[in-house]
Every structure is written in C-alpha cells, then in structure tokens.
Ligand binder design. Structure first.
Ligand code: NAD
Ligand code: ZN
Length: 367
C-alpha cells in the first residue's frame, strides 16, 4: 500500500495537494474543501467515461446532499477556447451555482486551465478543486493557480491567477494515459531536477524503469517531489515576477519549436509540449556549456535521462535555426533587453541569463 503524500502550498490562499493511488474513489478527500451544496464536475470526452461516475459516486457518498452537475467537452488543446469557457459558465448557471459552489476539474491541463478560469470568473471567483489525470497536470498545471483559455491569436492569452482550494492526484488514473502523454509529463518531472536539484536527477535515473512501468509508489514519489519544487517557487513568487520564471527552463526553445511546427503535436505529426521541452532542455544545457557556464557532462547526463524516458533530444528536421531564433524573439518571455534564457551553472542549478548572443543560440540550434 502506497502511503498518502501531501504537499502544502502556502501563500495568501494556502491549499494541499494530496497524492495517492485510489483517491478518485475517496469522497472525503475529494470533498475536503467543499463549502456549499453545488458542485460542477468539468471533464473531457476521453476522461469522463473513465472516471466521472466514480468521482460523482464518491463525492455523493461523502456529502449526500450535494447537487452535482456535469460539463463534458471535447478533448484537446484546440478546445481550450472562450466558447467552451462560456458553455462551462452556462453549466454553472443551469446548476444554480451560488457563491459557495465549487468547480471540480477532472482531466489534464486543458480541463484544469479552462475549469479553473471558469471558477475564477463565476460570481467573481468560487472554489476550484483540481483532480488532475495526466502526469503533466499532476506535476505542473494543477498547482500554482494559473488558469487560462487560448485565443486564435495565441495560447493562454486570457486568464487569471486563481489558486485551487485543493488538488487531488490519484496515480492509478495514469494507467489509462497514452504512453506519449506519460512521457510528456516525465519531461516536466525531469525539469524540476534540472532546475532545482541534481539529487532528484539521481533518483529519476534510479527509478526510470519503475516510472515507465507506472509503478504507483514511484509515480506518487515523483509527483510529490515535483509538486514540492513547484510549491516552493510558487510560494516565493506567486505572480511570476522573479524565480517562478526558472520553471521555463527548456521552454524558450520548446515554445519556438512548437509554434514553428504550428502546434502539430496534437495531430501526431509534430512534437507535443513535453517533447518540445525535452529538446529545449537539452539545448539550454548545451548552450550553458558552450557559454562556459556549466560542464558539458551535465548536458550529456540530462540528454541520456530524457532518452531513457523515450523523449526526443534533437531539433526535428525542417526547422531552420534562423526561423526558431525569430520565434524566440517574439516569445512573450523575451523582454526589452534582448534574448533571455533560463540556463544552468550545473545540473540542478538554473538561473536567468540575459543578453545571450545570437551566434551562440544559432550554434546549438545546428546552424
Ligand atoms: P490535455 O489536458 O489535453 O490531456 C492530454 C490528453 O490525454 C487528452 O486527450 C485527454 O483527454 C487525455 N487524458 C487525460 N487524462 C487521461 C487519462 N487518465 N487517461 C486517458 N486519457 C487521458 O493535456 P495536458 O498535457 O494534461 O495539459 C496541457 C495543457 O496544460 C495546455 O493547455 C497547457 O497550456 C496547460 N498548462 C498549464 C499550466 C498552468 O500552470 N496552468 C502549466 C503547464 C501546462
Ligand atoms: Zn511546460
């Protein structure tokens, strides 16, 4: 039996992340933060048939008087729209949701972001319970309070900071996750080691096979440790004015790859977000070595670990270095002073580096 792990996220609106196998059937944990009698369960068409009835039954067993509604939308990033957000608010209206109502987001980051934003806006903000079902959502998007939807002109352009009241991560939900999604989540797990803690990279190297085999204890440990790193940095910098930017390690390169490919990852013919971040982290590590900031051996170590997780580590063919560099200049993370990167001094020690010369960037991109 894997023990229940909890991670406390402090700050002005503190909450707890609870991690263990079986929590989807644990009504007491799922409803720990509920204040009123209305609960809207938000999910997508892949996740709802697998888990929604179980969550509802567990919640109802714990709180028999609950008035539970369900909003299920089609799956995928291209559904993270203002139109679906509006439908979600309509579902709250239909439910008769009052100010003490709660939204329960059951799904990956798309559902967490959209339902979280609906919770941030309904009656100027109600409680949100995050029940992440992808590894990426468990280790990243469900913690930290960022919510958003996309516009045709760009990702995550409309949103709010609205911390959840509780996060409940059931590692057994990851058993149904497609392999590629698991690997994408592992890239973000590796990211925490790369940024904050070389000792976590040791642990990941030792437990890579168990993680790929979806061993509950290994997954719970990886999720809990990842949430702790994220919680620490979110507590220090809730609105991303400083340290929280370190979480973008690998993301400047990664976003450039994703946008240059036209976000083709969902259709299977491009890299998805986690894969692009894996490539981006290797490039950031190499750039650090090329600039004389960090040992080249650390970049090789990171590359080996990502490869063990089945992740790509090189820029896909057909993406010209100049085009990727142009994308990075447009990225919102580039500020007025020129290209800014999250690089590292060594594995586990990332920092912001400004004014990185174009020639060095082009060199790691293969020009
Ligand atoms: P996702 O929500 O699209 O889920 C990936 C796919 O897996 C979907 O098809 C989904 O239906 C399916 N799925 C989910 N759980 C499943 C399960 N247990 N079994 C079977 N299938 C399952 O994608 P994601 O990778 O979880 O999240 C990506 C989103 O997260 C992006 O929109 C990104 O912007 C956002 N994000 C937000 C933050 C934040 O801080 N708010 C951080 C990182 C990413
Ligand atoms: Zn990411």
């Amino acid at each position: 039996m894997t023990a229940i792990q909890t991670v406390h996220v402090g700050g002005s609106a503190p909450y707890t992340v609870t991690i263990a196998p079986g929590l989807i059937d644990d009504g007491a944990v799922l409803t720990q933060a509920l204040r009123g009698r209305h609960l809207l369960l938000v999910s997508d068409a892949n996740v709802a048939p697998l888990y929604a009835a179980r969550v509802e039954a567990a919640a109802r067993a714990a709180r028999p008087a609950l008035n539970i509604g369900r909003f299920v939308m089609p799956a995928g990033e291209h559904e993270k729209t203002l139109a679906r957000f509006g439908e979600c608010l309509d579902a709250l209206a239909t439910l008769g949701a009052t100010r003490d109502a709660a939204v329960l987001a059951l799904g990956g980051g798309v559902i967490g972001d959209l339902a979280g934003f609906a919770g941030a806006c309904w009656m100027r903000g109600i409680d949100v319970i995050q029940v992440p079902t992808t590894l990426l959502a468990m280790v990243d998007s469900s913690v930290g309070g960022k919510t958003a939807v996309d516009l045709p002109s760009g990702k995550n352009l409309v949103g709010a900071f609205h911390p959840p009241r509780a996060v409940v991560a059931d590692t057994t939900a990851l058993r149904s996750l497609p392999d590629r999604e698991l690997r994408a989540g592992l890239a973000e797990v590796v990211k925490y080691g790369a940024i904050f803690d070389a000792g976590f990279l040791d642990w990941l190297e030792a437990h890579a096979d168990a993680l790929l085999a979806r061993d509950d204890a290994a997954l719970a440990e990886a999720v809990a440790r990842s949430c702790r790193y994220k919680a620490d940095v979110v507590e220090r910098d809730p609105f991303e004015h400083g340290d929280r930017a370190l979480l973008n390690f690998g993301h400047t390169f990664g976003h450039a790859i994703e946008t240059e490919q036209g976000y083709a990852g969902a259709s299977g013919d491009g890299l998805n977000h986690g894969e692009a971040v894996a490539v981006g982290m290797v490039l950031a590590a190499r750039l650090s070595a090329d600039l004389g900031l960090a040992p080249a051996a650390d970049a090789r170590r990171l590359q080996d670990l990502l490869q063990r997780f089945g992740l790509p580590v090189a820029v896909p063919p057909g993406l010209p270095p100049e085009a990727l560099l142009a994308r990075m200049r447009l990225d919102k993370k580039a500020d007025a002073r020129g290209l800014r990167f999250i690089l590292w001094d060594a594995a586990g020690a990332a920092r912001v580096v400004r004014d990185v010369p174009d020639a060095a960037v082009l060199a790691v991109l293969g020009a």
